[in-house]
Design a protein around this ligand. Structure first.
Ligand code: LMR
Length: 394
């Protein structure tokens, strides 16, 4: 059976993670995989998470199954966090999944079952796993322009022009905030324009929300998606709790399917539960329960929000620090646009060969397309990283 088998190409992000782990050099710098790091290079368990886990350890009396769709209290807590009450709950179907990746997968699976001929429009560039999952699910896909490499910002005109091609029943994937890999986010007027265009076309948005709270704050980061949710009859949201709760390995994810009324929502709930059943039956519960405990306990929630603010501020200060250090190292403003990006990621104008040179000669790791995770920087590594980048990206 496996004699002539060929494995698919490895994921470009996880390959960097492994190569970094295997590099024995002192002073290596990891700007690869999108995880948060402290100034001393750790990805710690958040204090609010530790406290919630302690509560669970003391009070949880069973590890019996919950429900195929996950715990309704988790759905409600996340619905409130993300949608802030703009949509009545009887219009929303929710599904707990293993991580944000599981949510993306199940959302695409849902659309494939309901509308097998839909085209899924993805921003160019996008998280490579979006494309891999779409190909795995077997859906038609097209890309629309998102990023203008010459300005280092959003390609507004290109995006509008490409999205003119969207047809009724198509799905348009949007990044809720902290665009991965470019860091170039939609402004409120872009969300407005997209809402108008999709309403006119009868197309459905799907928002991938993996970094809520990492751009400007929990409420501010949800404004665009809430605008679009209020303007359109249907929408999908794929949410991750990996980054903003630091629960990476616990696999906390959720699909929210906003439907045109309670009857449609009930049917979608049934299909989503069925998708979980025939994928892995029950979704993981521990991380979701930690999140619910935090979001429903006022003191824990305050503590979590404070920690999230600390993380956001550290990322922001590394981002500004890198832009300054690059200005000094390159003697120019050609990397100045980095300061305006949001979240962990920015895309450097690096060729794959330059990325390889940075890795080989400077022990500086980034993704092959030039994506950097600024959370991997520390006050000590800002200057050497900037010198290496300026020297190689001449
Ligand atoms: C990333 O983009 O680096 C993260 O979302 C981790 C992953 O699974 O790719």
């Amino acid at each position: 059976m496996f004699k002539d088998h060929r494995a698919p190409a490895p994921d470009p992000i996880l390959g960097v993670m492994q190569a970094f782990a295997e590099d024995a050099r002192d002073g290596k710098i990891d700007l690869g995989v999108g995880v948060y790091r402290t100034a001393d290079g750790r990805t710690p368990v958040m204090r609010a998470v530790k406290a919630a886990e302690r509560t669970l350890l003391d009070t949880q009396e069973t590890k019996g199954y919950v429900a195929l769709s996950g715990d309704p209290a988790f759905h409600a807590a996340m619905r409130g966090l993300v949608l802030g009450g703009v949509i009545p709950s009887d219009r929303v179907a929710a599904l707990a999944t293993p991580g944000g990746t599981g949510a993306v997968r199940q959302a695409f699976e849902l659309v494939r079952r309901v509308r097998p001929d839909a085209t899924v429009w993805t921003p160019s560039p996008t998280w490579p796993n979006h494309l891999a999952i779409l190909d795995g699910v077997g859906m038609r896909r097209r890309s629309y322009r998102h990023y203008d490499a010459s300005s280092g910002g959003l390609d507004r005109e290109g995006m509008q022009a490409d999205l003119e091609g969207v047809a009724a029943g198509d799905l348009v994937l949007l990044h809720g905030c902290c665009h991965n890999p470019t860091g170039a986010d939609l402004a409120l007027e872009d969300w407005r324009d997209i809402a108008l265009l999709l309403a006119e076309r009868g197309a459905v948005p799907m928002v991938d929300l993996a970094y809520l709270g990492f751009s400007d704050g929990l409420e501010q980061d949800a404004v665009g998606l809430r605008l679009i949710a209020a303007a359109l009859p249907e929408m999908l949201v794929a949410i991750s709790g990996s980054k903003n709760f630091g629960l990476y390995r616990e696999r906390v994810g959720l699909v929210l399917a906003l439907c045109d009324g309670p009857k449609a929502a009930a049917a979608v709930r049934g299909t989503l539960a069925w998708l979980n059943r025939q994928s892995y039956a029950f979704p993981p519960d521990h991380g979701a329960r930690v999140v619910t405990t935090i979001l429903t306990d006022p003191a824990l929630r305050t503590q979590w929000e404070e920690e999230l603010t600390e993380m956001r501020e550290r990322i922001d200060s590394m981002r500004r620090g890198l832009a300054d250090a690059l200005r000094e190292a390159s003697g120019s403003d050609r990397f100045g646009h980095l300061a305006g990006h949001r979240g962990m990621f920015s895309l450097l104008p690096a060729t794959p060969e330059q990325v390889e040179t940075l890795r080989r000669e400077h022990a500086l790791y980034m993704i092959g397309d030039g994506r950097i995770n600024v959370a991997g920087l520390t006050p000590e590594t800002l200057a050497p990283a900037a010198r290496a980048i300026a020297a190689v990206l001449r």
